[in-house]
Design a protein around this ligand. Structure first.
Ligand code: UDP
Ligand code: MG
Length: 311
Protein backbone atom coordinates (compact mmCIF):
# COMPACT_ATOMS: atom_id res chain seq x y z
CA UNK A 1 0.00 0.00 0.00
CA UNK A 2 1.41 3.38 -0.95
CA UNK A 3 2.06 5.84 1.82
CA UNK A 4 0.80 9.38 1.41
CA UNK A 5 1.74 12.12 3.81
CA UNK A 6 -0.21 15.37 4.04
CA UNK A 7 2.10 18.19 5.12
CA UNK A 8 0.37 21.17 6.68
CA UNK A 9 2.36 24.16 7.92
CA UNK A 10 0.35 25.82 10.67
CA UNK A 11 0.96 29.17 12.28
CA UNK A 12 -1.66 30.25 14.81
CA UNK A 13 -4.29 28.01 13.25
CA UNK A 14 -5.97 26.86 16.47
CA UNK A 15 -9.38 27.75 15.02
CA UNK A 16 -9.06 25.99 11.66
CA UNK A 17 -7.25 22.85 12.82
CA UNK A 18 -10.24 20.77 13.99
CA UNK A 19 -12.14 21.36 10.75
CA UNK A 20 -9.01 20.70 8.72
CA UNK A 21 -8.49 17.42 10.55
CA UNK A 22 -12.14 16.45 10.09
CA UNK A 23 -11.87 16.94 6.34
CA UNK A 24 -8.63 14.97 6.19
CA UNK A 25 -10.33 12.12 8.03
CA UNK A 26 -13.11 12.23 5.44
CA UNK A 27 -10.49 11.87 2.74
CA UNK A 28 -8.88 8.95 4.54
CA UNK A 29 -12.23 7.18 4.75
CA UNK A 30 -12.79 7.73 1.05
CA UNK A 31 -9.33 6.60 -0.09
CA UNK A 32 -8.77 3.41 1.82
CA UNK A 33 -6.19 1.98 -0.55
CA UNK A 34 -3.50 4.35 0.72
CA UNK A 35 -1.75 4.55 4.04
CA UNK A 36 -2.20 8.09 5.34
CA UNK A 37 -0.22 10.26 7.70
CA UNK A 38 -1.05 13.85 8.56
CA UNK A 39 2.08 15.81 9.37
CA UNK A 40 1.50 19.22 10.89
CA UNK A 41 4.38 21.65 11.26
CA UNK A 42 3.66 24.06 14.08
CA UNK A 43 5.64 27.09 13.03
CA UNK A 44 6.16 28.50 16.52
CA UNK A 45 2.50 29.40 17.02
CA UNK A 46 1.67 31.54 20.00
CA UNK A 47 -1.95 30.41 20.34
CA UNK A 48 -3.29 26.97 21.27
CA UNK A 49 -2.16 25.26 18.06
CA UNK A 50 0.28 22.93 19.78
CA UNK A 51 -2.33 21.95 22.38
CA UNK A 52 -4.86 21.13 19.67
CA UNK A 53 -2.22 19.12 17.83
CA UNK A 54 -1.32 17.21 20.98
CA UNK A 55 -5.01 16.32 21.43
CA UNK A 56 -5.29 15.16 17.82
CA UNK A 57 -2.15 13.10 18.18
CA UNK A 58 -3.42 11.48 21.36
CA UNK A 59 -6.65 10.48 19.63
CA UNK A 60 -5.23 9.39 16.30
CA UNK A 61 -1.89 7.74 15.61
CA UNK A 62 -1.91 8.95 11.99
CA UNK A 63 -1.30 12.50 13.16
CA UNK A 64 2.27 13.59 13.73
CA UNK A 65 3.47 17.06 14.46
CA UNK A 66 6.74 18.88 14.56
CA UNK A 67 7.02 22.06 16.55
CA UNK A 68 9.66 24.59 15.54
CA UNK A 69 11.40 26.60 18.23
CA UNK A 70 10.05 29.91 16.90
CA UNK A 71 8.25 31.28 13.87
CA UNK A 72 10.53 30.55 10.93
CA UNK A 73 8.07 31.39 8.17
CA UNK A 74 6.03 29.18 5.92
CA UNK A 75 8.80 28.38 3.44
CA UNK A 76 11.06 27.04 6.17
CA UNK A 77 8.21 25.24 7.90
CA UNK A 78 7.52 23.41 4.64
CA UNK A 79 11.13 22.26 4.45
CA UNK A 80 10.76 20.87 7.97
CA UNK A 81 7.71 19.01 6.68
CA UNK A 82 9.66 17.58 3.76
CA UNK A 83 12.45 16.49 6.09
CA UNK A 84 10.14 14.67 8.46
CA UNK A 85 7.81 13.12 5.89
CA UNK A 86 8.39 9.47 5.21
CA UNK A 87 6.06 8.51 2.39
CA UNK A 88 5.84 7.59 -1.26
CA UNK A 89 4.25 10.91 -2.01
CA UNK A 90 3.43 14.02 -0.03
CA UNK A 91 0.70 16.61 -0.45
CA UNK A 92 1.48 20.12 0.81
CA UNK A 93 -1.49 22.28 1.72
CA UNK A 94 -2.46 25.30 3.82
CA UNK A 95 -4.18 24.94 7.12
CA UNK A 96 -6.77 27.66 6.54
CA UNK A 97 -8.91 25.45 4.24
CA UNK A 98 -8.21 27.66 1.25
CA UNK A 99 -6.91 24.52 -0.40
CA UNK A 100 -9.88 22.17 -0.74
CA UNK A 101 -9.24 18.62 0.37
CA UNK A 102 -11.64 17.47 -2.36
CA UNK A 103 -8.95 18.10 -5.00
CA UNK A 104 -6.58 15.52 -3.54
CA UNK A 105 -8.23 12.44 -5.14
CA UNK A 106 -7.69 14.02 -8.54
CA UNK A 107 -4.04 14.65 -7.64
CA UNK A 108 -3.71 11.02 -6.68
CA UNK A 109 -5.15 9.95 -10.02
CA UNK A 110 -2.51 11.99 -11.86
CA UNK A 111 0.14 10.61 -9.55
CA UNK A 112 -0.93 7.09 -10.38
CA UNK A 113 -0.79 8.05 -14.05
CA UNK A 114 2.93 8.67 -13.60
CA UNK A 115 3.35 12.36 -12.83
CA UNK A 116 5.81 13.25 -10.09
CA UNK A 117 4.67 16.78 -9.36
CA UNK A 118 0.96 17.50 -9.56
CA UNK A 119 0.21 21.12 -8.75
CA UNK A 120 -3.12 22.80 -8.30
CA UNK A 121 -3.72 26.11 -10.02
CA UNK A 122 -6.26 28.61 -8.82
CA UNK A 123 -8.99 29.04 -11.37
CA UNK A 124 -9.43 32.68 -10.43
CA UNK A 125 -7.60 34.77 -7.89
CA UNK A 126 -10.62 35.62 -5.77
CA UNK A 127 -11.31 39.20 -4.76
CA UNK A 128 -7.95 40.82 -5.22
CA UNK A 129 -7.51 44.54 -5.79
CA UNK A 130 -6.87 45.24 -9.52
CA UNK A 131 -3.55 46.97 -8.76
CA UNK A 132 -2.27 43.89 -6.99
CA UNK A 133 -3.45 41.69 -9.82
CA UNK A 134 -1.66 43.91 -12.36
CA UNK A 135 1.59 43.99 -10.38
CA UNK A 136 1.48 40.23 -9.93
CA UNK A 137 1.13 39.79 -13.68
CA UNK A 138 4.10 42.05 -14.48
CA UNK A 139 6.22 40.44 -11.79
CA UNK A 140 5.73 36.92 -13.08
CA UNK A 141 6.28 38.01 -16.66
CA UNK A 142 9.66 39.45 -15.58
CA UNK A 143 10.57 36.41 -13.53
CA UNK A 144 9.76 34.04 -16.37
CA UNK A 145 11.71 36.10 -18.91
CA UNK A 146 14.81 36.40 -16.78
CA UNK A 147 14.95 32.87 -15.43
CA UNK A 148 13.54 30.94 -18.38
CA UNK A 149 11.52 28.95 -15.87
CA UNK A 150 7.78 28.61 -15.80
CA UNK A 151 7.02 30.04 -12.39
CA UNK A 152 3.25 30.36 -12.46
CA UNK A 153 1.46 33.16 -10.64
CA UNK A 154 -1.55 31.18 -9.54
CA UNK A 155 0.05 27.88 -8.69
CA UNK A 156 1.66 27.73 -5.33
CA UNK A 157 2.12 25.41 -2.47
CA UNK A 158 -0.83 23.15 -3.00
CA UNK A 159 0.73 20.17 -4.72
CA UNK A 160 1.48 16.51 -4.63
CA UNK A 161 5.14 15.57 -4.78
CA UNK A 162 6.63 12.19 -5.39
CA UNK A 163 9.32 10.85 -3.05
CA UNK A 164 12.07 11.82 -5.47
CA UNK A 165 10.87 15.43 -5.70
CA UNK A 166 10.84 15.61 -1.92
CA UNK A 167 14.35 14.22 -1.75
CA UNK A 168 15.49 16.81 -4.29
CA UNK A 169 13.86 19.65 -2.35
CA UNK A 170 15.50 18.47 0.88
CA UNK A 171 18.88 18.78 -0.80
CA UNK A 172 18.31 22.47 -1.47
CA UNK A 173 19.14 23.96 1.92
CA UNK A 174 19.19 27.64 1.01
CA UNK A 175 17.98 29.86 3.79
CA UNK A 176 15.99 32.55 2.01
CA UNK A 177 13.78 30.04 0.35
CA UNK A 178 11.54 30.69 -2.58
CA UNK A 179 9.94 27.28 -2.75
CA UNK A 180 7.71 28.22 -5.66
CA UNK A 181 10.80 28.61 -7.81
CA UNK A 182 12.48 25.54 -6.34
CA UNK A 183 9.61 23.32 -7.51
CA UNK A 184 10.37 24.43 -11.05
CA UNK A 185 14.10 24.18 -10.60
CA UNK A 186 14.07 20.51 -9.59
CA UNK A 187 12.27 19.50 -12.75
CA UNK A 188 10.45 16.12 -12.99
CA UNK A 189 7.23 15.49 -14.85
CA UNK A 190 4.64 18.07 -13.87
CA UNK A 191 0.89 18.11 -14.31
CA UNK A 192 -1.47 20.93 -13.54
CA UNK A 193 -4.99 20.64 -12.30
CA UNK A 194 -7.39 23.44 -11.39
CA UNK A 195 -9.24 24.31 -8.21
CA UNK A 196 -11.40 27.09 -6.83
CA UNK A 197 -9.84 28.64 -3.75
CA UNK A 198 -12.09 29.10 -0.77
CA UNK A 199 -11.90 32.06 1.57
CA UNK A 200 -9.82 31.83 4.70
CA UNK A 201 -11.83 29.97 7.37
CA UNK A 202 -10.68 32.15 10.22
CA UNK A 203 -7.91 34.49 11.19
CA UNK A 204 -6.04 36.66 8.75
CA UNK A 205 -3.55 36.04 5.98
CA UNK A 206 -0.05 36.56 7.30
CA UNK A 207 1.21 37.96 4.02
CA UNK A 208 0.56 41.69 3.66
CA UNK A 209 1.77 43.89 0.82
CA UNK A 210 5.22 44.29 2.46
CA UNK A 211 5.52 40.53 2.94
CA UNK A 212 4.65 39.94 -0.70
CA UNK A 213 7.20 42.54 -1.82
CA UNK A 214 9.89 40.79 0.21
CA UNK A 215 8.91 37.46 -1.25
CA UNK A 216 9.02 39.01 -4.73
CA UNK A 217 12.55 40.38 -4.23
CA UNK A 218 13.66 37.05 -2.78
CA UNK A 219 12.19 35.33 -5.79
CA UNK A 220 14.17 37.45 -8.23
CA UNK A 221 17.45 37.49 -6.34
CA UNK A 222 17.45 33.79 -5.58
CA UNK A 223 16.85 32.73 -9.16
CA UNK A 224 18.52 35.17 -11.44
CA UNK A 225 21.37 37.63 -11.60
CA UNK A 226 19.60 39.51 -14.40
CA UNK A 227 19.33 42.73 -12.32
CA UNK A 228 23.14 42.85 -12.08
CA UNK A 229 23.38 42.41 -15.82
CA UNK A 230 20.79 45.12 -16.37
CA UNK A 231 22.68 47.58 -14.19
CA UNK A 232 25.87 46.80 -16.13
CA UNK A 233 24.11 47.47 -19.42
CA UNK A 234 22.44 50.65 -18.16
CA UNK A 235 25.78 51.83 -16.76
CA UNK A 236 27.40 51.19 -20.15
CA UNK A 237 24.69 53.05 -22.06
CA UNK A 238 24.84 56.01 -19.70
CA UNK A 239 28.64 56.18 -20.04
CA UNK A 240 28.42 56.19 -23.82
CA UNK A 241 25.78 58.94 -23.71
CA UNK A 242 27.89 60.92 -21.26
CA UNK A 243 30.94 60.61 -23.53
CA UNK A 244 29.00 61.83 -26.56
CA UNK A 245 27.65 64.74 -24.58
CA UNK A 246 31.18 65.55 -23.40
CA UNK A 247 32.39 65.68 -27.02
CA UNK A 248 29.50 67.95 -27.87
CA UNK A 249 30.18 70.33 -24.98
CA UNK A 250 33.91 70.52 -25.63
CA UNK A 251 33.34 71.09 -29.33
CA UNK A 252 30.77 73.76 -28.66
CA UNK A 253 33.01 75.53 -26.17
CA UNK A 254 35.90 75.54 -28.64
CA UNK A 255 33.77 76.89 -31.47
CA UNK A 256 31.43 79.39 -29.83
CA UNK A 257 32.96 79.79 -26.37
CA UNK A 258 31.10 79.20 -23.12
CA UNK A 259 29.60 81.92 -20.98
CA UNK A 260 29.04 80.18 -17.60
CA UNK A 261 25.53 78.87 -17.70
CA UNK A 262 23.81 75.55 -17.70
CA UNK A 263 23.01 75.03 -14.02
CA UNK A 264 19.75 73.18 -14.81
CA UNK A 265 21.57 70.75 -17.13
CA UNK A 266 24.24 70.19 -14.53
CA UNK A 267 21.91 69.49 -11.66
CA UNK A 268 19.71 67.18 -13.78
CA UNK A 269 22.67 65.13 -14.91
CA UNK A 270 24.10 64.89 -11.38
CA UNK A 271 20.81 63.80 -9.87
CA UNK A 272 20.11 61.33 -12.66
CA UNK A 273 23.52 59.70 -12.40
CA UNK A 274 23.32 59.72 -8.61
CA UNK A 275 20.00 57.89 -8.80
CA UNK A 276 21.33 55.25 -11.15
CA UNK A 277 24.39 54.74 -8.95
CA UNK A 278 22.34 54.30 -5.80
CA UNK A 279 20.03 51.88 -7.58
CA UNK A 280 22.96 49.80 -8.79
CA UNK A 281 24.53 49.76 -5.35
CA UNK A 282 21.19 48.67 -3.93
CA UNK A 283 21.01 45.80 -6.41
CA UNK A 284 24.56 44.71 -5.61
CA UNK A 285 23.66 45.01 -1.93
CA UNK A 286 20.74 42.61 -2.33
CA UNK A 287 23.04 39.95 -3.68
CA UNK A 288 25.71 40.60 -1.06
CA UNK A 289 23.04 40.26 1.63
CA UNK A 290 22.10 36.88 0.20
CA UNK A 291 25.75 35.80 0.17
CA UNK A 292 26.07 37.00 3.77
CA UNK A 293 23.02 35.06 4.88
CA UNK A 294 24.00 31.88 3.11
CA UNK A 295 27.65 31.88 4.21
CA UNK A 296 26.67 31.90 7.87
CA UNK A 297 25.58 28.35 7.21
CA UNK A 298 22.85 28.34 9.83
CA UNK A 299 20.23 25.63 9.71
CA UNK A 300 17.00 26.61 8.00
CA UNK A 301 14.87 25.88 11.07
CA UNK A 302 15.28 24.56 14.60
CA UNK A 303 13.01 21.83 15.92
CA UNK A 304 11.62 22.16 19.42
CA UNK A 305 9.50 19.03 19.80
CA UNK A 306 8.38 16.11 17.67
CA UNK A 307 5.02 14.67 18.69
CA UNK A 308 5.26 16.56 21.94
CA UNK A 309 8.62 15.07 22.91
CA UNK A 310 11.86 17.05 23.10
CA UNK A 311 14.39 16.24 20.43
N1 UDP B 1 2.10 29.78 7.81
C1 UDP B 1 3.22 29.28 8.49
N2 UDP B 1 4.13 30.16 8.99
C2 UDP B 1 4.00 31.51 8.85
C3 UDP B 1 2.88 31.99 8.13
C4 UDP B 1 1.95 31.11 7.63
O1 UDP B 1 3.38 28.09 8.65
O2 UDP B 1 4.86 32.25 9.32
C5 UDP B 1 1.10 28.83 7.29
C6 UDP B 1 -0.32 29.14 7.69
O3 UDP B 1 -0.65 28.54 8.92
C7 UDP B 1 -1.11 28.52 6.55
C8 UDP B 1 -0.19 28.72 5.36
O4 UDP B 1 1.12 28.93 5.89
O5 UDP B 1 -1.32 27.13 6.75
C9 UDP B 1 -0.62 29.86 4.47
O6 UDP B 1 -0.67 31.04 5.22
P1 UDP B 1 -1.68 32.22 4.91
O7 UDP B 1 -3.06 31.69 4.77
O8 UDP B 1 -1.44 33.24 5.96
O9 UDP B 1 -1.15 32.74 3.51
P2 UDP B 1 -1.96 33.02 2.16
O10 UDP B 1 -3.10 32.05 2.08
O11 UDP B 1 -2.39 34.42 2.25
O12 UDP B 1 -0.94 32.79 1.11
MG1 MG C 1 -4.35 31.37 3.29
Amino acid sequence: MKKICIIVPAYNEEASLPEMYRQLCGLREEQKNYEWTFLFVDDGSSDGTSRVLADLRAADGCVTYVRLSRNFGKENAMLAGFDYADADAVVVMDCDLQHPVSVIPEMLREYEAGYEDVYARRRDRGHEPPVRRFLTKIYYRLLQRSTRMDVLPDAGDFRLLDRRCVRALCQLRERQRYTKGLYCWIGFRKKEIFFDPADRLSGRSSFGMAGLLNLAIDGITSFTTAPLRISTVVGGLVSVAAFLYLCFIVGKTLVVGEPVQGFPTLITVILFLGGIQLLSIGIIGEYIARIFNETKGRPVYIVDKVNGKDV
